[in-house]
Design a binder for this molecule. Structure first.
Ligand SMILES: [Zn+2]
Length: 308
Protein backbone atom coordinates (compact mmCIF):
# COMPACT_ATOMS: atom_id res chain seq x y z
CA UNK A 1 0.00 0.00 0.00
CA UNK A 2 1.30 3.49 -0.89
CA UNK A 3 0.11 6.37 1.38
CA UNK A 4 -2.06 9.06 -0.35
CA UNK A 5 0.37 11.91 0.47
CA UNK A 6 3.18 10.11 -1.35
CA UNK A 7 0.89 9.33 -4.30
CA UNK A 8 0.03 13.06 -4.53
CA UNK A 9 3.69 14.10 -4.58
CA UNK A 10 4.52 11.46 -7.21
CA UNK A 11 1.65 12.49 -9.52
CA UNK A 12 3.57 15.02 -11.70
CA UNK A 13 6.45 12.54 -12.04
CA UNK A 14 4.01 9.83 -13.05
CA UNK A 15 2.60 12.09 -15.78
CA UNK A 16 6.08 12.82 -17.11
CA UNK A 17 7.00 9.14 -17.17
CA UNK A 18 3.79 8.36 -19.08
CA UNK A 19 4.46 11.09 -21.65
CA UNK A 20 8.21 10.53 -22.05
CA UNK A 21 9.03 6.83 -21.51
CA UNK A 22 12.06 7.03 -23.83
CA UNK A 23 13.49 10.00 -21.94
CA UNK A 24 13.26 8.01 -18.72
CA UNK A 25 14.95 4.94 -20.21
CA UNK A 26 17.73 7.13 -21.70
CA UNK A 27 18.24 8.92 -18.37
CA UNK A 28 18.40 5.57 -16.56
CA UNK A 29 20.85 4.20 -19.13
CA UNK A 30 23.04 7.32 -18.84
CA UNK A 31 22.88 7.08 -15.04
CA UNK A 32 23.87 3.42 -14.96
CA UNK A 33 26.66 3.98 -17.49
CA UNK A 34 28.04 6.89 -15.40
CA UNK A 35 27.95 4.75 -12.26
CA UNK A 36 29.58 1.92 -14.15
CA UNK A 37 32.44 4.13 -15.37
CA UNK A 38 32.96 5.66 -11.91
CA UNK A 39 32.95 2.20 -10.32
CA UNK A 40 35.32 0.79 -12.89
CA UNK A 41 37.66 3.78 -12.60
CA UNK A 42 37.68 3.58 -8.80
CA UNK A 43 38.23 -0.19 -8.85
CA UNK A 44 41.09 0.24 -11.29
CA UNK A 45 42.87 2.57 -8.89
CA UNK A 46 42.39 0.53 -5.73
CA UNK A 47 44.53 -2.37 -4.67
CA UNK A 48 42.15 -5.24 -5.37
CA UNK A 49 43.13 -8.56 -3.90
CA UNK A 50 41.05 -10.34 -6.57
CA UNK A 51 42.14 -8.07 -9.40
CA UNK A 52 42.77 -11.10 -11.63
CA UNK A 53 39.14 -12.15 -11.53
CA UNK A 54 37.72 -8.64 -11.91
CA UNK A 55 35.65 -8.32 -15.11
CA UNK A 56 36.96 -5.98 -17.78
CA UNK A 57 35.13 -2.77 -18.63
CA UNK A 58 33.96 -4.35 -21.87
CA UNK A 59 32.49 -7.27 -19.99
CA UNK A 60 30.72 -4.89 -17.61
CA UNK A 61 29.35 -2.83 -20.50
CA UNK A 62 28.11 -6.03 -22.11
CA UNK A 63 26.38 -6.90 -18.85
CA UNK A 64 24.65 -3.51 -18.60
CA UNK A 65 23.34 -3.69 -22.16
CA UNK A 66 22.11 -7.22 -21.52
CA UNK A 67 20.39 -6.17 -18.28
CA UNK A 68 18.63 -3.36 -20.14
CA UNK A 69 17.68 -5.71 -22.96
CA UNK A 70 16.16 -8.06 -20.42
CA UNK A 71 14.08 -5.28 -18.85
CA UNK A 72 12.90 -3.90 -22.17
CA UNK A 73 11.67 -7.31 -23.11
CA UNK A 74 9.44 -7.61 -20.10
CA UNK A 75 6.50 -6.94 -22.44
CA UNK A 76 6.17 -9.94 -24.77
CA UNK A 77 5.93 -9.00 -28.43
CA UNK A 78 4.40 -10.96 -31.26
CA UNK A 79 7.41 -10.79 -33.53
CA UNK A 80 10.58 -12.72 -32.76
CA UNK A 81 13.30 -10.52 -31.23
CA UNK A 82 16.65 -10.21 -32.95
CA UNK A 83 19.00 -13.17 -32.41
CA UNK A 84 21.59 -12.63 -29.69
CA UNK A 85 24.98 -11.12 -30.24
CA UNK A 86 27.15 -14.01 -31.44
CA UNK A 87 30.04 -14.60 -29.07
CA UNK A 88 32.66 -16.86 -30.64
CA UNK A 89 33.70 -19.99 -28.77
CA UNK A 90 37.23 -21.30 -29.02
CA UNK A 91 37.19 -24.78 -27.56
CA UNK A 92 40.12 -25.59 -25.25
CA UNK A 93 39.87 -29.17 -26.63
CA UNK A 94 42.45 -29.72 -29.37
CA UNK A 95 42.47 -32.30 -32.16
CA UNK A 96 44.52 -35.29 -30.99
CA UNK A 97 45.16 -38.56 -32.83
CA UNK A 98 48.40 -39.66 -31.20
CA UNK A 99 50.10 -39.42 -27.82
CA UNK A 100 47.27 -41.39 -26.23
CA UNK A 101 47.89 -42.42 -22.62
CA UNK A 102 47.43 -46.25 -22.58
CA UNK A 103 46.73 -46.31 -18.83
CA UNK A 104 43.85 -43.88 -19.16
CA UNK A 105 42.50 -45.78 -22.14
CA UNK A 106 42.59 -49.07 -20.24
CA UNK A 107 40.95 -47.56 -17.17
CA UNK A 108 38.12 -45.96 -19.16
CA UNK A 109 37.51 -49.08 -21.23
CA UNK A 110 37.20 -51.16 -18.09
CA UNK A 111 34.88 -48.57 -16.50
CA UNK A 112 32.76 -48.64 -19.63
CA UNK A 113 32.39 -52.39 -19.31
CA UNK A 114 30.97 -52.16 -15.80
CA UNK A 115 28.74 -49.14 -16.31
CA UNK A 116 25.92 -50.61 -14.21
CA UNK A 117 28.10 -50.27 -11.08
CA UNK A 118 28.54 -46.49 -11.34
CA UNK A 119 25.73 -45.21 -13.57
CA UNK A 120 22.01 -45.25 -12.82
CA UNK A 121 18.81 -43.48 -13.73
CA UNK A 122 16.61 -41.51 -11.39
CA UNK A 123 13.13 -40.17 -12.10
CA UNK A 124 12.73 -36.51 -11.22
CA UNK A 125 9.51 -34.49 -10.96
CA UNK A 126 7.92 -34.08 -14.43
CA UNK A 127 7.47 -30.32 -13.91
CA UNK A 128 11.27 -29.97 -14.11
CA UNK A 129 11.74 -31.15 -17.70
CA UNK A 130 9.76 -31.49 -20.89
CA UNK A 131 9.60 -32.27 -24.58
CA UNK A 132 11.93 -30.51 -26.97
CA UNK A 133 9.78 -28.00 -28.87
CA UNK A 134 9.30 -28.50 -32.61
CA UNK A 135 8.24 -24.86 -33.08
CA UNK A 136 9.23 -21.68 -31.32
CA UNK A 137 6.77 -19.26 -29.71
CA UNK A 138 6.37 -17.46 -33.07
CA UNK A 139 5.55 -20.59 -35.09
CA UNK A 140 9.00 -21.09 -36.66
CA UNK A 141 10.20 -24.66 -37.00
CA UNK A 142 12.97 -25.76 -34.64
CA UNK A 143 15.65 -28.44 -35.01
CA UNK A 144 15.20 -30.60 -31.90
CA UNK A 145 18.48 -32.50 -32.26
CA UNK A 146 20.83 -31.86 -29.35
CA UNK A 147 23.90 -30.10 -30.73
CA UNK A 148 25.64 -28.42 -27.83
CA UNK A 149 26.75 -29.82 -24.46
CA UNK A 150 26.71 -27.37 -21.56
CA UNK A 151 28.79 -28.25 -18.49
CA UNK A 152 27.79 -26.99 -15.04
CA UNK A 153 28.60 -27.54 -11.38
CA UNK A 154 26.08 -28.08 -8.58
CA UNK A 155 27.66 -25.60 -6.05
CA UNK A 156 26.02 -27.61 -3.26
CA UNK A 157 25.96 -31.37 -2.72
CA UNK A 158 24.66 -33.94 -5.15
CA UNK A 159 21.81 -34.83 -2.79
CA UNK A 160 20.66 -31.23 -2.50
CA UNK A 161 20.63 -30.95 -6.30
CA UNK A 162 18.61 -34.16 -6.55
CA UNK A 163 16.16 -32.88 -3.90
CA UNK A 164 15.59 -29.71 -5.94
CA UNK A 165 14.81 -31.72 -9.07
CA UNK A 166 12.47 -34.05 -7.17
CA UNK A 167 10.45 -31.05 -5.94
CA UNK A 168 7.55 -30.00 -8.18
CA UNK A 169 8.03 -26.50 -9.63
CA UNK A 170 4.73 -25.51 -11.28
CA UNK A 171 5.94 -22.00 -12.20
CA UNK A 172 7.96 -22.02 -15.45
CA UNK A 173 10.53 -19.62 -14.03
CA UNK A 174 11.41 -21.97 -11.15
CA UNK A 175 11.92 -25.15 -13.16
CA UNK A 176 15.43 -26.54 -13.15
CA UNK A 177 17.21 -29.73 -14.15
CA UNK A 178 20.24 -31.26 -15.87
CA UNK A 179 20.24 -34.37 -17.99
CA UNK A 180 23.03 -35.91 -15.97
CA UNK A 181 24.76 -35.35 -12.63
CA UNK A 182 28.26 -36.60 -11.73
CA UNK A 183 29.14 -37.03 -8.06
CA UNK A 184 32.56 -36.46 -6.53
CA UNK A 185 32.98 -40.24 -6.34
CA UNK A 186 32.34 -40.59 -10.07
CA UNK A 187 28.78 -41.86 -9.64
CA UNK A 188 26.56 -40.84 -12.56
CA UNK A 189 22.86 -40.11 -12.20
CA UNK A 190 20.82 -39.76 -15.39
CA UNK A 191 17.85 -37.57 -14.55
CA UNK A 192 16.37 -36.46 -17.87
CA UNK A 193 16.47 -38.58 -21.05
CA UNK A 194 18.76 -36.83 -23.57
CA UNK A 195 15.93 -36.70 -26.11
CA UNK A 196 13.95 -34.54 -23.68
CA UNK A 197 14.54 -30.95 -22.73
CA UNK A 198 16.20 -30.13 -19.40
CA UNK A 199 16.06 -26.64 -17.92
CA UNK A 200 19.79 -26.18 -17.30
CA UNK A 201 20.24 -22.61 -18.55
CA UNK A 202 18.04 -19.52 -18.53
CA UNK A 203 18.86 -16.56 -20.74
CA UNK A 204 21.53 -18.15 -22.96
CA UNK A 205 22.83 -18.66 -26.49
CA UNK A 206 25.53 -20.60 -28.30
CA UNK A 207 27.22 -19.11 -31.39
CA UNK A 208 24.36 -16.66 -31.82
CA UNK A 209 21.66 -19.31 -31.58
CA UNK A 210 18.89 -19.64 -29.02
CA UNK A 211 15.28 -20.78 -29.09
CA UNK A 212 12.38 -18.75 -27.73
CA UNK A 213 9.71 -21.23 -26.73
CA UNK A 214 7.79 -18.93 -24.40
CA UNK A 215 7.16 -15.28 -25.27
CA UNK A 216 7.46 -14.32 -21.63
CA UNK A 217 11.12 -15.30 -21.58
CA UNK A 218 14.23 -14.46 -23.52
CA UNK A 219 15.85 -17.16 -25.60
CA UNK A 220 17.74 -20.14 -24.25
CA UNK A 221 19.86 -23.04 -25.47
CA UNK A 222 17.76 -25.58 -23.58
CA UNK A 223 15.80 -26.73 -26.63
CA UNK A 224 18.97 -27.97 -28.37
CA UNK A 225 21.32 -28.55 -25.43
CA UNK A 226 22.47 -31.44 -23.29
CA UNK A 227 23.28 -30.42 -19.72
CA UNK A 228 25.75 -32.23 -17.47
CA UNK A 229 26.63 -31.01 -13.98
CA UNK A 230 29.59 -31.89 -11.76
CA UNK A 231 29.18 -32.06 -8.00
CA UNK A 232 31.13 -29.19 -6.45
CA UNK A 233 33.70 -30.02 -3.76
CA UNK A 234 32.73 -28.90 -0.24
CA UNK A 235 35.05 -25.89 -0.31
CA UNK A 236 33.15 -24.54 -3.32
CA UNK A 237 29.76 -24.10 -1.60
CA UNK A 238 30.05 -20.31 -1.96
CA UNK A 239 30.39 -17.52 -4.53
CA UNK A 240 34.18 -17.55 -4.68
CA UNK A 241 35.74 -17.54 -8.12
CA UNK A 242 37.47 -20.90 -7.61
CA UNK A 243 37.64 -24.04 -5.48
CA UNK A 244 39.81 -27.16 -5.22
CA UNK A 245 38.42 -28.64 -8.46
CA UNK A 246 36.87 -31.96 -9.47
CA UNK A 247 38.07 -35.50 -8.80
CA UNK A 248 39.83 -37.88 -11.21
CA UNK A 249 36.77 -40.13 -10.95
CA UNK A 250 34.55 -37.22 -12.05
CA UNK A 251 36.70 -36.55 -15.13
CA UNK A 252 36.63 -40.27 -16.00
CA UNK A 253 32.84 -40.39 -15.79
CA UNK A 254 32.44 -37.06 -17.58
CA UNK A 255 34.54 -38.31 -20.51
CA UNK A 256 32.40 -41.45 -20.79
CA UNK A 257 29.12 -39.50 -20.59
CA UNK A 258 30.34 -37.02 -23.22
CA UNK A 259 31.69 -39.77 -25.46
CA UNK A 260 28.25 -41.44 -25.40
CA UNK A 261 26.48 -38.23 -26.36
CA UNK A 262 29.06 -37.31 -29.03
CA UNK A 263 28.52 -40.64 -30.77
CA UNK A 264 24.76 -40.81 -30.35
CA UNK A 265 23.99 -37.25 -31.44
CA UNK A 266 27.04 -36.49 -33.57
CA UNK A 267 28.15 -33.68 -31.26
CA UNK A 268 31.55 -32.22 -32.23
CA UNK A 269 34.21 -31.64 -29.53
CA UNK A 270 33.99 -27.90 -30.32
CA UNK A 271 30.33 -27.95 -29.23
CA UNK A 272 31.24 -28.91 -25.65
CA UNK A 273 31.08 -25.69 -23.69
CA UNK A 274 30.31 -24.19 -20.29
CA UNK A 275 27.36 -22.49 -18.64
CA UNK A 276 29.66 -19.51 -18.17
CA UNK A 277 30.06 -19.20 -21.93
CA UNK A 278 26.42 -19.65 -22.99
CA UNK A 279 25.00 -17.43 -20.23
CA UNK A 280 23.81 -14.10 -21.64
CA UNK A 281 23.05 -12.52 -18.30
CA UNK A 282 26.66 -12.36 -17.08
CA UNK A 283 25.67 -14.08 -13.83
CA UNK A 284 27.01 -17.62 -14.26
CA UNK A 285 30.61 -18.70 -13.88
CA UNK A 286 30.25 -22.48 -13.71
CA UNK A 287 31.92 -24.87 -13.82
CA UNK A 288 34.60 -23.06 -11.78
CA UNK A 289 38.13 -24.50 -11.60
CA UNK A 290 37.51 -26.84 -14.53
CA UNK A 291 40.61 -28.62 -15.85
CA UNK A 292 40.28 -28.87 -19.64
CA UNK A 293 43.56 -30.79 -19.93
CA UNK A 294 42.10 -33.58 -17.76
CA UNK A 295 39.15 -33.83 -20.15
CA UNK A 296 41.43 -33.58 -23.21
CA UNK A 297 43.54 -36.60 -22.11
CA UNK A 298 40.45 -38.73 -21.49
CA UNK A 299 38.48 -37.84 -24.62
CA UNK A 300 41.65 -38.32 -26.70
CA UNK A 301 42.19 -41.77 -25.19
CA UNK A 302 38.64 -42.70 -26.23
CA UNK A 303 39.42 -41.56 -29.79
CA UNK A 304 36.89 -38.71 -29.63
CA UNK A 305 39.31 -35.92 -30.52
CA UNK A 306 40.75 -37.40 -33.73
CA UNK A 307 38.28 -35.50 -35.90
CA UNK A 308 38.92 -32.71 -38.35
ZN1 LIG B 1 25.09 -23.82 -14.52
Amino acid sequence: MVPDSVKHRLKPLHGFVGRHPLAIISAMSLGSLTLLFLGWFAADHLDYSHAGSRPSLLELLDQVSQEQGRQLESQPSNSAPKPPYSRSWTSPLARQCSGINPKIRQRLTSLQDRQHSWRSGLTIDPTNFGERHKHDAFGHELDVNPRVVVMHETVYSLSSAVNTFMTPHPRDEDQVSYHTLIGLDGRVLDLVPPTNRAYGAGYSAFLGEWAITNKRFKGSVNNFALHVSLETPKNGANNNSRHSGYTEAQYDSLALVLSGWMNRFNVAPAAITTHRHVDQGGERSDPRSFDWSALQARLASLGELCVS
